[in-house]
Design a protein around this ligand. Sequence first.
Ligand SMILES: [Zn+2]
Ligand SMILES: [Zn+2]
Ligand SMILES: [Zn+2]
Ligand SMILES: [Zn+2]
Length: 282
Amino acid sequence: MEMSRRAAPTPPGASPSPPKKVPALAGTTATNNELMSLFECEECFDFVLPPIFQCQRGHLVCGSCRPKLTRCPICLSQLGSFRNLALEKVGDSLLFPCKYASSGCEETLRHTAKADHEDLCKFRPYPCPCPGTSCKWQGSLDTVTPHLMHHHETIITLEGEKVVFLATQINLPGAIDWVMLQSCFGFDFLLVLEKQENDDGHQQFFAIAQLIGTRKQAENFAYRFELNGDRRRLAWEATPRAIDEKIATAIGKRDCLVFNTSTAQLFAENDNLGINVTIFMC
Ligand SMILES: [Zn+2]
Ligand SMILES: [Zn+2]
Ligand SMILES: [Zn+2]
Ligand SMILES: [Zn+2]
């Protein structure tokens, strides 16, 4: 959270300097930046974007703070539903910096486009996607694959649109994750096979692919998992999950390839299960 956007008071006569933490952004003017500094939430110091509500004395709080407050954080007067229409109009014409500006994003956006951009911003930090570990790492999209390769050394990478994801020793007891990376079309896909065991010893397998990329990028792809055995085949085709969509959530919803131990045995050879993986562009 940026906490220091408030500009230092300007001595009379001195020319006002742009507020700290808001660098003169490409495509914006000094006036844009000065006006932008007015759009500050009195509670969290983040931007106040239209619709703009104010207290009885004109102090502003942002849309995410307002539902949590009953009184103005500055003057303690009741927070009603007074809009500041003039400021909203000004806000409509300003360019605001991305939330991840301090991480390097140089985009400036209309407030209407800000949230959508931030969802997909390549400077947005993501947690480590590796399942079954307690890794606390997080970083920008570009650094996810290097992190997986350097800090989770057991994860191998196979190149190509068609690979075999080989899970060994599938009959080992307990919960296990098999994880690998598939690299194709200029992207990396995390392939995960997870075995869960419930209290009565019943085991289930879940297989899923996740793009190390945004949802928009994930929509361009489909993945196919295929178990091939003697006179049988089990297949699953879906859009890969994106980096911000947790694999655990998809598994919880059974939105992946699901099979039980007896099915696994039909396709396993010597305790090893090979999943044929194909990535398509759609
Ligand atoms: Zn706020
Ligand atoms: Zn107030
Ligand atoms: Zn951004
Ligand atoms: Zn990690």
